[in-house]
Design a protein around this ligand. Structure first.
Ligand code: ZN
Length: 259
């Protein structure tokens, strides 16, 4: 049974992947990158935000929120990567969104909601700037540029989530794997990550054997190298050609919103 090592938690969803059996996504040569939402703020608002922000290290497998769980902090990733996961039953999860330094984790707070609908799971260890929910609520009310930046990000995240819903239904595992690798590479600013087949299975909603098959197709085309849970993108341009159109659709939206 593929997902048998995931113990159910109180709310009926499988627990986060245990770090011991799933090595962290480690990123080679990762430059420190600023968070783009914070970077979009004018100097005055940015300085005021800084007084309420604290840098925190988040590690692979760490759960920031559970579904229906209270949001105690919002997170602005600088060089970490967070997956938004939903569950279809007690054993299987599926990634419905991915947040890197382009966004914020805890978006319900910007809509006046203090609980999360999804599990937010750290997929790539790194740093984030964190603010308490109470401070964020007060800050958001008076900070117009922050409102504008987060409304724009809400639109982009909704576009990503809805594209992912269609993608999961209509596109092949190898096209989705190629898309997922490109999205990850964009957010961690590296072409090499450490990921197990099982972890990828949870992200893509396919069984481990399905991941092996999909990765094998990409390997034979010399687009990636995948050995000992280490994935390296060998040919980014051709990998993009192998990915479904969903990657480009969401990327173009993001690029135009940030232009
Ligand atoms: Zn797709």
């Amino acid at each position: 049974m593929l997902f048998q090592n995931l113990s159910p938690v109180a709310n009926g969803l499988p627990a986060a992947l245990p770090p011991k059996t799933h090595p962290p996504l480690r990123v080679a040569n990762r430059p420190s990158a600023a968070n783009l939402v914070l970077a979009a703020l004018p100097h005055k608002e940015y300085q005021r935000m800084l007084t309420g922000l604290e840098p925190v290290e988040v590690t692979y497998g760490q759960v920031l929120y559970e579904p229906a769980g209270r949001i105690r902090h919002v997170y602005f990733p600088t060089d970490c990567l967070v997956s938004l996961l939903t569950a279809i039953d007690k054993h299987r999860t599926l990634e419905v969104g991915m947040v890197g330094n382009e966004g914020m984790v805890g978006m319900p707070m910007a809509l006046g909601i203090g609980v999360s609908a999804v599990r937010a799971l750290v997929q790539g260890s790194g740093t984030a700037m964190r603010m308490t929910a109470a401070r964020f609520r007060a800050e958001f009310k008076k900070n117009l540029p922050l409102q504008r930046a987060l409304f724009r990000y809400t639109h982009l995240l909704m576009a990503q989530v809805s594209q992912t819903a269609a993608c999961n239904r209509f596109h092949t595992a190898e096209a989705r794997l190629a898309r997922w690798l490109l999205m990850t590479a964009d957010r961690v600013h590296a072409d090499e990550f450490r990921l197990t087949h099982e972890f990828l299975g949870h992200m893509l909603g396919v069984r481990r054997v399905g991941v092996t098959k999909a990765a094998g197709v990409l390997e034979r085309k010399k687009l990636i190298d995948y050995s000992r849970a280490n994935i390296r993108i060998l040919d980014r341009k051709r990998l993009e050609a192998a990915a479904c159109a969903c990657y480009r659709i969401v990327k173009n939206l993001q690029d135009s919103a940030q232009a």
